[in-house]
Structure formats: C-alpha cells, structure tokens
Design a protein around this ligand. Structure first.
Ligand code: ZN
Length: 222
C-alpha cells in the first residue's frame, strides 16, 4: 500500500495528458468535431483506455481514461450517468468529443449510428496478427505440430464431437442444475431481485445476472 502511495505523487493531469496523442484521426461521420485525441497508454480488452488513479476511499483503482478526461475538465461525473463518445472512438479522450448520458442514451445513440456490433480493441493481436500466425517456427515448438495439422475451426474437437464437452450440470463444477436455472430465469423475469435469488441458490448475484441474460447456462433453453 505504501508503494502505491509513493508512486502517485505526480499530479493525475500530468500523467494523463502525456499519454494522449492529439493528432488522431478526424471522425468520418462528424468531421466538424475535429481530430480525436487518442489514448496511447494502456487499454482495456473492450478498447477503452485506462489509467491508475487514487480514488476518494484512499485506494488505487484503474479508471476508464475517457471518464478521467471528463473529470479533469468538467468535474465529478454525476451518479448513474455515463460518459459517451460523440466520435464513436473508444480510445478518444478529447473532452469536446465526450458528453454525459444514460445507458439508454448510449444504446439509442448506437442504434442511430448503426454500430450495434461490439467494437474490438484495435491493439489486440488477434487473427493474422496473433503470434501463432506470424511465427510458424514458434508455433511448431509450442504445439509440437505444424500449423496446418492443428485442429482448428470446423475440425476442432468442440465441433466434431460436441457431445464430448460437458455442459450444464454434466460439468464437474456446476453448482446449479437445469431446474434451478429455469426457475432463476422465470423468477428474475417476474421481478425478483438478483441478490435475493443469489442468496437462495447460494451463488453470486453476478452468476444470477449471467444466467438471466443468457451469458451462462446457454445449453439450457430459455
Ligand atoms: Zn474523438
């Protein structure tokens, strides 16, 4: 904890703006906004920038860069409001490209702009940029076979023998079963809270949420 405190002597604004490239691209759909200011520091998997900050509770947290940018320029973000991008570029931290809105504003905004699909972090080394595609020799060493022999895509075991993968209650660490999952979905939809269901079924509220939204237990039909 002491080390964390010693590291953060420099003012946040100084540390923040040295990680910003103000010569970013101009958004094609709204050229009047001018150039984006691109975050060149660390980014999250979902494409937003992040920076370590001291939060009021005295602890150190990684916060979203665009939200920090808003706070530096305009002050505290009101509760329950999101900081949204007029330019649609998640790595952008230019205050004039940011505006406050509710989560609903965000999804409506996305619908208008026709970009409902998830943005992929451009820095992520996936697909042809992944080391396994760029370094065949290393691939052979790690997987002990040439790239063309490795079962991928439709030849992968999960596709050729889907029944071999244990899903749902057949999975060794499952804490619930099909009946419980159906009951959770039904009762959550009827208005019971995730917290109370979590207590009853002895799982976390996050697990209830994932079941209800279909992120987990996908093998159990809705
Ligand atoms: Zn921008």
């Amino acid at each position: 904890m002491k080390r964390a405190a010693a590291r953060s002597v420099r003012p946040l604004a100084d540390r923040f703006w040295e990680k910003v490239n103000k010569l970013g691209p101009v958004p094609a759909h709204r050229p009047r906004l001018g150039r984006c200011w691109v975050w060149v520091g660390s980014t999250r998997r979902d494409g937003y920038g992040q920076i370590g900050c001291n939060v009021p509770s005295g602890r150190r947290r990684c916060l979203a860069a665009h939200r920090v940018s808003w706070t530096i320029r305009f002050g505290i973000i009101p509760k329950k409001l999101w900081v949204l991008h007029a330019c649609d570029r998640r790595v952008c931290v230019r205050p004039s490209h940011l505006f406050l809105g509710t989560p609903r504003d965000n999804s409506r905004d996305m619908g208008f702009k026709g970009r409902q699909a998830l943005q992929i972090n451009p820095k992520l080394l996936a697909g042809d940029r992944h080391w396994s595609r760029r370094q065949p020799a290393r691939f052979r060493r790690v997987f002990r076979c040439p790239p063309e022999r490795r079962a991928r895509g439709s030849r992968h075991g999960s596709k050729t023998r889907p029944e071999a993968t244990h899903r749902g209650e057949a999975c060794g660490w499952a804490k619930l079963n099909t009946y419980a999952v159906r009951a959770i979905r039904r009762r959550r939809a009827a208005g019971e809270t995730g917290v109370s269901l979590a207590k009853e079924f002895a799982v976390t509220p996050a697990a209830i949420c994932a079941i209800f939204r279909g992120r987990s237990w996908r093998c159990v039909a809705q």
